[in-house]
Design a protein around this ligand. Structure first.
Ligand code: SF4
Length: 693
């Protein structure tokens, strides 16, 4: 992990964070958010909001008590300031974790500096990134030798990184992003937990990663992301292991992602590529540091051969995801899988033994010995039965990947939170934490059932700002659904001049709808953007620019209004306020795929305990997905827009009505004529900013 750090100085008007915590923090927080508080003094446009104040006070109380708080704060509440202000006022050393690196940057570069400036507090802040974001000086030294036979472009990129390496202060590879993104080069300019030499590294004193970690350890508030939090918990690769015990408060923003991120990191992903990677690295290290001192070729051939056998436990044309009922995964030839695992274990043990003999004199070989030992242990573990509350599966393709995952993070996070009761505060917040008042969708899998919960509704006037359209169509499972959706989108987008986001439940539906729109006569003059045709950031930028151009009438051939068709990853983290996005169309209810191994195992566990998987798992999951997608529409108090939910089960099935109840209270209609009128109304919105019906 690495860090950027920042500072701010105090002034005579600053609140005093050095005072011991008492009820004072709650009243100080209250004052800060008041009409004459620090936020009002710092920003002329600041307006006190009841929801934001309620959340800030709850956070202050939690910090005071060293307790756990779960807050669902609807869009527009201002949750970031609601936790940052009491956190900084408290003077507590804190970790703030966000869902993604992009949000991490936004928090560090925009929100934190704004709060620090408003409060005028002397706070040292740092941003921690994953280790692969930082230049590894040790691997860079080895790169020219290892890349000897590579292509010209990689040599050119290496030269760029080498030149930059002599001048950079931070070692953040983002500074030479274009060159460092080269996939041939990347493994040789950054480190992994597997190949980092740590304290035995010959350039340890100059290591950018270590320097950045030291800065983070000295900071008062450290911004991380959930991946980093769990990656470190999972592999104990330092950084967080030192940092977590030293903080008094931990805040998870975008907390709805916590369980799935944790499950991915606390599980095990391993396969034939890991074995061949070890063989490749061992051969390079052996020949570089101990040529002739061990039979490196034989040792590495044995690893490669075992990796091949592991894949060949399945027929060569087998492909896709395989379940893993005991004792072996589905589809393997009887006995072949266990034999291949035993071969990997034996080859890894031999490799570890050879590397260990030379480990004293060469840190690279010491690390190789550790990696080979870990691999032998993993192969041994996968030969054992699946642990309770875990699930296993295999992904078979050119390579083989084996997965073992816990069903949730309750056993991991729950004890961590309860063990620190009274002396460490935990705040979990998001705009979407389930469908009911109790937020069990979030608290149960995270082991937080005893935590205090608070639900702060959005301050937006949805009934006036938005219209929800529920077409009376056949069920989406009946034929022709994508055609109907594409037709509706083309007609509506033609009226609006684009400014339309279509969110689909599957990649296949996305491609189908996108293809139909491409061929649709009403789409002439509009730009069609589809997820995958560029980076997410580039697509969103194009969509926003096109939407703004269309809304102001400035659209030219180069800047036509756009329709963006996307799937799951565009349901969150998109914030396009104003007229650039005024229509969101969702193709169907997004239930979790029942044949996914984790979904199936979770359902079985609920049913085995006497529960109903549909009611307590599938439905809340679908509600979260629907809330997230719908949440893209109204992003500010002046936004107006239309949401079209193309799944008639929402009105015809009892569970559909439960899902609708979880959404903001928009005006509703099933009449497509009303949709037309609402779209026309949006075009006149500047002149008549009233309701949409
Ligand atoms: S300690 Fe050495 S091997 Fe590890 S990241 Fe730093 S320079 Fe690279």
């Amino acid at each position: 992990m690495g860090a950027r750090s920042g500072d701010a100085s105090s002034s005579p008007e600053s609140p005093d964070p050095g005072e011991p915590l008492g009820d004072g923090l709650v009243s100080l927080t209250q004052h800060c958010f008041g009409p004459s508080g620090h936020l009002a003094q710092a920003a002329a446009h600041y307006r006190p909001r009841a929801g934001q104040q309620a959340m800030a006070q709850a956070v202050a109380q939690t910090l005071q008590d060293g307790a756990a708080l779960v807050v669902e704060a609807g869009t527009g509440v201002g949750k970031t300031f609601a936790y940052l202000v009491p956190l900084l006022l408290s003077g507590q050393r804190a970790l703030v974790s966000t869902g993604t690196k992009a949000l991490q940057d936004q928090l560090f570069d925009r929100d934190l500096p704004a709060v620090v400036a408003a409060l005028k507090l002397p706070v040292r802040v740092a941003l921690l990134k994953g280790r692969n974001n930082y230049l590894c000086l040790h691997r860079l030294q080895a790169a020219p030798g290892v890349l000897a036979a590579t292509d010209d472009a990689t040599w050119r990129d290496l030269a760029v990184v080498q030149r930059w390496a002599t001048a950079t202060a931070s070692g953040d590879l983002e500074e030479v992003a274009d060159a460092a993104r080269n996939p041939n080069l990347r493994p040789w300019v950054s480190s992994t937990a597997d190949n980092c030499l740590g304290g035995k590294c010959p350039v340890f004193a100059d290591c950018h990663l270590q320097k950045a970690r030291r800065e983070a350890l000295a900071a008062d508030v450290v911004v991380i992301n959930h991946h980093l939090f769990f990656a470190d918990q999972a592999v104990r690769e330092s950084g967080m292991a030192e940092l977590l015990p030293s903080v008094q408060a931990v805040v998870f923003d975008e907390a709805h992602q916590l369980n799935e991120v944790g499950v991915a990191f606390l599980g095990l992903q391993w396969g034939s590529a890991a074995v061949t990677d070890l063989a490749r690295d061992l051969l390079a290290a052996g020949h570089t540091h101990a040529r002739g001192l061990a039979p490196w070729n034989d040792l590495c051939n044995a690893l490669d051969s075992a990796a091949r056998q592991l894949r060949l436990a399945w027929p060569h044309d087998a492909t896709g995801r395989m379940g893993w009922s005991q004792p072996e995964p589905d589809g393997v030839r009887p006995g072949a899988f266990a034999a291949a695992l035993a071969d990997v274990q034996a080859a890894a043990q031999l490799a570890a033994g050879a590397a260990q003999l030379l480990a004293e004199t060469e840190p690279d070989l010491a690390r190789m010995a550790e990696r080979a030992e870990a691999m032998a242990r993993t192969a041994g573990l996968l030969a054992q039965p699946t642990p309770a509350d875990h699930v296993r599966w295999a992904e078979v393709g050119h390579h083989l990947r084996l997965h073992q995952a816990p069903l949730d993070i309750a056993q991991h996070l729950g004890p961590m939170v309860s063990a620190s009761a009274g002396h460490k505060a935990w705040v979990f917040t998001s705009a979407t934490l389930g469908m009911g008042e109790d937020m069990r969708w979030f608290t149960e899998p995270c082991g937080l059932v005893g935590a205090t919960t608070l639900k702060v509704p959005s301050p937006f006037d949805y009934a006036r700002q938005a219209l929800m359209v529920l077409p009376s169509w056949p069920k989406p499972t009946e034929g022709g659904h994508e055609e109907r959706v594409a037709d509706l989108v083309a007609q509506a987008a033609a009226v609006l001049g684009g400014r339309t986001l279509v969110l689909t439940s599957t990649t296949r539906a996305m491609q189908d709808i996108s293809q139909r729109l491409k061929d649709h006569p009403l789409m002439r003059g509009l730009q069609l953007l589809t997820q995958g045709q560029g980076s997410r950031a580039a697509l969103l930028k194009e969509f926003r620019q096109a939407g703004e151009g269309a809304a102001t009438g400035a659209a030219s051939d180069d800047l036509r209004g756009a329709v963006l068709v996307a799937t799951a990853s565009f349901r969150e983290g998109i914030d396009i306020p104003g007229r650039a996005l005024q229509l969101v169309v969702i193709d169907r209810i997004g239930f979790p795929p029942p044949n996914d191994p984790i979904v199936a195992a979770r359902s079985q566990r609920i049913e085995a305990a006497g529960g109903r998987a549909f009611a307590s798992y599938f439905l809340p999951e679908a509600a979260v997905v629907l809330k997230q997608g719908s949440g893209r529409l109204i992003r500010s108090e002046s936004d107006r827009g239309v949401l079209v939910l193309c799944d008639s089960r929402l009105t015809t099935m009892p569970y559909g009505r439960q899902l609708l109840a979880a959404l903001p209270p928009m005006a509703r209609t099933q009449d497509l004529g009303t949709l037309d009128r609402a779209l026309q109304r949006l075009l006149e919105i500047e002149k008549a900013p009233k309701g949409l019906e």
